[in-house]
Ligand binder design. Structure first.
Ligand SMILES: Nc1ncnc2c1ncn2[C@@H]1O[C@H](COP(=O)(O)OP(=O)(O)OP(=O)(O)O)[C@@H](O)[C@H]1O
Length: 266
């Protein structure tokens, strides 16, 4: 189904047009992981990506910042068509797109503060005082001011993911991509990470795209959720959708009424 039926009314911050990505096609055993996906995601939206294992969720997410290069189609973020950019310009454009992962991906040999400062150091242009202020602001946003000098190994899983969120926000991105951000966490910690993401969205206006196999996580946090089947957008559901056409969509709909969602969107 073509997702253009579900465009948000405002000008989209993220626009995918006819995006496809296959793996291993040269050997004739190719997997079409993402097939001709067109999507618009509005500024300030929290957009979920659901799907069974192997449906193409992570590949689709990695196309948003060109961690995966599409074989066909265009990806535009905040007015910049990423698929047209050369290496140097793409690196600059990626400062506008933060990302967090299931495994946190922190530097183990660096303090919390140095982890958060890392993207700022890489891209340069910040003096020490400005960098220190930015790191402090980002750590305050995720309530970890007191852990600046701690090492990742001294933190809980939830605290590590909050450091990863602070690091992803350090360069002031318009977009935060989240790949299974709570899958390594217990239920209570998951709720606290969802609260942090909702807070980041509300306070900073950051547009969030989140992949999760946990439907309750997506239903609690997202304004809309795309259901991916065999690399295609099978449908897009949101609270108030009268009925869903996919099995996952039908599982999602009642979950939109959860207490966690009410708390996050109060
Ligand atoms: N680097 C790669 N090389 C070859 N095949 C790949 C690669 N990455 C993904 N695939 C294949 O593409 C398809 C989609 O994978 P993807 O990881 O995007 O799915 P997913 O929905 O995120 O799955 P899961 O929920 O299990 O993580 C799968 O068949 C997978 O095996």
């Amino acid at each position: 189904m073509n997702a253009l039926h579900h465009l948000p009314p405002a000008a989209p911050l993220i626009r995918l047009r006819g995006v496809s990505r296959s793996f291993g096609t040269d050997r004739g055993t190719g997997v079409a992981a993402v097939r001709d996906v067109s999507l618009d995601i509005g500024a300030g939206e929290i957009f979920g990506i659901a799907g069974r294992s192997g449906a193409g969720k992570s590949t689709l997410l990695r196309l948003f910042n060109l961690l995966e290069r599409p074989d066909a189609g265009t990806v535009t973020v905040d007015g910049e068509e990423l698929t047209r950019l050369g290496k140097h310009a793409l690196r600059a454009a990626r400062q506008n797109i933060g990302m967090i992962f299931q495994g946190f991906n922190l530097l183990q040999n660096a303090t919390v503060a140095d982890n958060v400062a890392f993207p700022l150091k890489i891209h340069g242009g910040h003096d020490r005082a400005a960098m220190a202020r930015r790191v402090a602001d980002c750590l305050a946003l995720v309530h970890l001011e007191d852990k600046a000098q701690a090492w990742p190994a001294q933190l809980s899983g939830g605290q590590r993911q909050r450091v990863a969120i602070a690091r992803a926000l350090a360069s002031g991105p318009a977009v935060l991509l989240c790949d299974e951000p709570t899958s390594a966490l217990d239920a209570e910690t998951t709720r606290s990470i969802l609260a942090t993401l909702a807070d980041v969205n509300r306070r900073l206006g950051v547009t969030i795209v989140i992949v999760s196999h946990e439907l309750d996580v997506l239903a609690a946090l997202c304004h809309r959720v795309a259901v991916i089947e065999a690399g295609e957008v099978a449908e897009i559901v949101r609270p108030g959708t009268p009925h869903a056409v996919t099995a996952l969509g039908r599982e999602l709909l009642p979950l939109f009424a959860s207490a966690t969602r009410e708390a996050l969107h109060a």
